[in-house]
Design a protein around this ligand. Structure first.
Ligand code: BG6
Length: 294
């Protein structure tokens, strides 16, 4: 799995009984977390004394190459369907590939893990560019996820991405999302129609799949039927995607229980659509997401 020496707070484990899906269990004085090597995907995070921060489907499938439904999958190097070829995997290949653990460090107030994925024959067949992506998880009383992308080739490329966070909610019909009131959005359920700003917090009463571009990066999910809220801060991510599959779409998703839509919500931070990033040869950029409960 790794040649990195693991500090005492990190224990290797498996997600499946066939031992095909390696993972790391992190337990320090501030939090508990579980990370899948496939996708460098954080699957669970709970700060000491708090409720879980992330939602993970009870019916998630743990199969090599299949995206795991929950936690924080990374969509990269494109978000959504591939623009030119619908046969290519939705949301890119990063969440389907096993990443390498590159660094693991224990500090007084957090454990930091850095994972890497770089181009190889399989990635170049899907996306003909040389890159190194580094995903760093900082696991303490709060959670931060940093994606750094470096163009290691000799020509510029463009990429989009999203940190596709799944959050648990008590009842989606009693949830509001603050921070996008003044933003127009693209409705991905209406042929990408551009819709004007609603001038109100987002509420949910049907399937919702919206892409907000040029957004501020600071949001709050208020769980009115539960207690407290979740704060999202990602000022270098100018796109936000707000998704709940509701009833019918959930039935079409084999890795979600029929009633699970009521108890989850995705508020994703990235740069997609008009916010797509261009990287010159040799250039690198980093994007940070911080999540906490209050
Ligand atoms: C969201 C998209 O980001 O991800 C939705 O906006 C999509 O359109 C959802 O349905 C889940 O995608 P997937 O590939 O994980 O089933």
């Amino acid at each position: 799995m790794t040649h990195v020496d693991l500090p005492a707070s990190i224990r290797p484990t498996w997600l499946d009984s066939a031992r095909l899906m390696p993972a790391l269990q992190i337990r320090n004085t501030h939090c508990d977390a579980l990370v899948s090597l496939q996708g460098a995907q954080l699957l669970s995070f709970r700060a000491a004394g708090q409720k879980p921060l992330l939602w993970l489907s009870e019916q998630a499938a743990y199969l090599p190459g299949k995206a795991i439904r929950g936690g924080i999958p990374l969509c990269f190097p494109w978000f959504g369907p591939h623009a030119a070829d619908p046969q290519k995997p939705a949301h890119g290949f990063a969440r389907q590939r096993e990443w390498t653990l590159w660094q693991a460090r224990e500090q007084a107030d957090h454990t930091a893990l850095a994972f890497r994925l770089s181009d190889d024959d399989a990635t170049r067949a899907l996306w003909p560019h040389a890159f190194v992506a580094t995903l760093t998880l900082t696991l303490g009383a709060t959670l931060s996820v940093t994606l750094q992308v470096e163009n290691t080739g000799s020509t510029a490329f463009r990429f989009s991405f999203a940190l596709h966070s799944y959050f648990p909610v008590t009842d989606i019909e009693s949830v509001r999302v603050e921070g996008l009131e003044a933003q127009g959005f693209i409705d991905q359920l209406q042929n990408d129609a551009r819709c004007p700003a609603e001038q109100a917090a987002i509420r949910f009463s049907r399937e919702t799949d919206r892409l907000y571009e040029g957004a501020g990066g600071y949001y709050r999910i208020v769980d009115e039927a539960g207690d407290g809220s979740i704060r999202i801060a990602a000022p270098s991510c100018h796109s936000a995607i707000v998704w709940n599959p509701w009833t019918e779409k959930t039935q079409r998703l084999a890795d979600m229980a029929n009633e699970a839509w009521r108890h989850m919500l995705c508020v994703e931070c990235g740069n997609a659509g008009r916010d797509t990033i261009e990287l010159a040869a040799g250039q690198q950029r980093a994007f940070r997401l911080q999540l906490s409960r209050d």
